[in-house]
Design a protein around this ligand. Structure first.
Ligand code: SF4
Length: 391
């Protein structure tokens, strides 16, 4: 495996003007050629993301559905986020947790985090994503490690979406039971990135960009990347995502990768999306990435409405969140006093319970999968292969 931080192996994003040139010059013929090709080049992804491909969305959907069924069968994985804290030292213009916003701040104690996780476990979740704002002094590796050690025997998979860490820290969390890391670049457009990240450690574009490689180098089983849709040209974000994914695959072939497509949602503060991304755009982006990379896990979260999520079942996405609350302690609040949550990161679009989401998946002829991995597999992977006896 190649060290991620040596200069010759560092991933760099082309200028967005260059990416825009690639997508805007693609023709209908280029799209048709991309749909016929077995191993797609980056020019093919540009064609699938282009305005020319917009008129061919049903063809893209059919190809994306074919590949998804071939690779993943008729299954959809289910997970839930568990918000540990909304403390954050960064100021990101688009986020409800931004240090600027006057919201009630809290950090769950280990016991509170355990209680939230237990509610999710009883609801049937086997895979949870631990999420927090970025406040390393309060939410450091000691805290995350302690939570992982408490939860790892009760869940099949524990993922984190927290502040970027260094390789040694990821390795420590992996040893404690965290097997996956999600870290979204938010926007690959450096100019826009500088504009919306107002202060704090997150202003360091390059450190964030190199985070998926550090997590993979630390041995994480799965690494998730993504862009927050609504900040910059979505076609160029899609192309940058494809380039990033291809680079990560080349350097970390043992790691599974996922891509998420969060669209900007209302939150505390008064940020308006800088770019309008419609459901048709989102669909084109999902189909294009599926066709480009048949093996990548594609995640569609509860930011999207149930009508759209149900319509996309089987067409490309392979993992859905369900029954989500984006405020720390929100699941316990549900149980105690109904549906009101203080201090949400953003509002969700699909309010159904896990049972309702699973029922909708079954109605479409798919199997909801709450567990596709067990920590025991990790131990098996670590062992020497069993020698095959001679005939
Ligand atoms: S996006 Fe993340 S880092 Fe930025 S304010 Fe929100 S929680 Fe903090």
């Amino acid at each position: 495996m190649t060290a991620p931080s040596s200069p010759q192996t560092r991933f760099t994003v082309p200028d967005f003007a260059t990416l825009k040139g690639l997508v805007s010059q693609a023709t209908v013929d280029d799209v048709q050629a991309a749909l016929r090709r077995e191993h797609l080049r980056i020019e093919d992804l540009a064609a699938l993301l282009s305005p020319a491909a917009e008129t061919m969305l049903p063809l893209l959907a059919a190809e994306s559905r074919r590949i998804t069924t071939l690779r993943f069968g008729r299954t959809t994985q289910i997970y839930a986020p568990l918000y540990l804290s909304n403390l954050c030292t960064n100021r990101c213009a688009y986020c409800g947790f931004s240090a600027d916003n006057r919201i009630a701040r809290r950090k769950l104690s280990l016991e509170e985090a355990e209680a939230e996780a237990e509610i999710l476990r009883k609801r049937g979740f086997q895979h949870i994503l631990l999420v927090s704002g970025e406040a390393p002094a309060a939410l450091g590796v000691d805290y995350l490690e302690a939570i992982a050690l408490r939860l790892r025997d009760r869940f099949a998979a524990l993922s984190i979406e927290v502040q970027p860490l260094n390789t040694e820290e990821y390795a420590r969390l992996f040893a404690a039971g965290i097997t996956a890391v999600a870290v979204y670049q938010e926007t690959y457009d450096r100019r826009v990135y500088d504009k919306v990240h107002l202060s704090g450690r997150k202003c360091d574009y390059d450190y964030r960009l190199e985070t998926p490689a550090r997590a993979a180098a630390a041995g994480m089983r799965e690494v998730g990347i993504g862009a927050l849709l609504g900040l910059a040209d979505w076609r160029c974000e899609g192309l940058a995502l494809g380039l990033h994914l291809a680079w990560l695959r080349k350097h970390f072939w043992k790691t599974n990768f996922t891509v998420s497509f969060p669209r900007l949602r209302p939150a505390a503060g008064s940020f308006e999306p800088l770019v309008h991304v419609t459901e048709a755009h989102l669909s084109q982006l999902i189909f294009a990435l599926r066709i480009f990379d048949p093996d990548v896990g594609l995640i569609l979260s509860t930011r999207e409405e149930e009508r759209y999520r149900d319509g996309m079942l089987g067409l490309g996405p392979t993992r859905y969140s369900a029954g989500s609350c984006t405020a720390p302690g929100g699941y316990s609040q549900d149980e105690e006093k109904g549906d009101h949550h203080d201090g949400e990161q953003f509002s969700v679009g699909d309010h159904r319970s896990i049972g309702e989401v699973c029922a909708a998946i079954r109605r479409k002829g798919f199997d909801p999968v709450c567990k596709d991995w067990d920590r025991e597999f990790q131990h098996l992977e670590d062992q020497e292969p069993v020698p095959v006896p001679a005939e």
